[in-house]
Ligand binder design. Structure first.
Ligand code: PEP
Length: 254
């Protein structure tokens, strides 16, 4: 059994007071939501305050990135995986398409970040996904396979067992255009088969694969109905407590 994960990616939104106000409203809305793991990734500066405020609850905190080098060291502007743990984070998003697109993230840097994150005891949510031109040229699977292989090829089976994969087609992020549940399922099944080829059947069957790309309260049920979709990575709809809680509580409407 794979326990679902619903994770919110807040990108560069919310100050510390705004994040804590969200927590105040949100916590009671999900206090009984034990069917899944709940994760929120605020900006770095809010991780500590949020983790303190959420201590003992069923909501955990993630970072949106972490350094490739385990550090400590002379890497101006970087935050290491162990520093994220020190601030109370338990998870980290790695290789988000916005980081690949705007900040020069490569499959190789993603690989190094994954290893440092696992080494520090964080749970990495590794993002993969094709651009629209890749899908139109029928090379979506080739692109996703290359991202997976390059990002994960140096991991041991034990390290791989800590990874969560998020399939986020770039054309569906922040566009309101979701992949149909069938399209997402097809890619999730493909990712699972590639994990099997790399790390064996146990890793293939136990790795949680999240879907991301315009997940909303009204499409989460159909997505979660798919056998290989184990949760969601939610951007825009995680910024508002009520809509994020409705996504998490999808079972009540399923
Ligand atoms: C994301 O940022 O990972 C994301 C999926 O965003 P949105 O839900 O807004 O498409």
């Amino acid at each position: 059994m794979r326990r679902p994960i619903i994770a919110g990616n807040w990108k560069m939104y919310k100050t510390i007071p705004e994040a804590l106000e969200f927590v105040r409203i949100f916590k009671p809305l999900v206090v009984a939501s034990t069917h899944c793991e709940i994760v929120i990734a605020p900006v770095f500066t809010a991780i500590k305050s949020m983790a303190d405020r959420l201590e003992g609850s069923n909501v955990e905190v993630a970072a949106q990135d972490s350094a490739a080098d385990p550090g400590p060291g002379a890497f101006t502007g970087e935050v290491s995986a162990s520093m994220i743990r020190d601030a109370g984070g338990r998870w980290v998003i790695i290789g988000h398409s916005e980081r690949r697109q705007y900040y020069g993230e490569t499959d190789e840097s993603v690989g190094a970040k994954i290893r440092s994150a696992v080494g520090a005891g964080l749970l990495p949510i590794v993002c993969v996904g094709e651009r629209l031109e890749d899908r139109d040229a029928t090379r979506a699977e080739t692109v996703v396979e290359a991202q997976l292989t390059a990002g994960m090829r140096n991991l041991t089976v034990t390290e791989a067992s800590r990874i969560i994969v998020a399939y986020e087609p770039v054309w569906a992020i922040g566009t309101g255009r979701t992949a149909t549940p069938e399209t997402a399922q097809e890619m999730h099944a493909f990712i699972r088969s590639r994990l099997g080829a790399m790390f064996g059947d146990r890793i293939a069957q136990t790795t949680r694969i999240l879907y991301g790309g315009s997940v909303k309260p009204d499409n989460i049920v159909a997505l979660m109905d798919q056998v290989d979709i184990d949760g969601g990575l939610v951007g825009g709809a995680s910024l508002e407590a009520d809509s994020f809680a409705r996504i998490i509580n999808y079972k009540e409407r399923g």
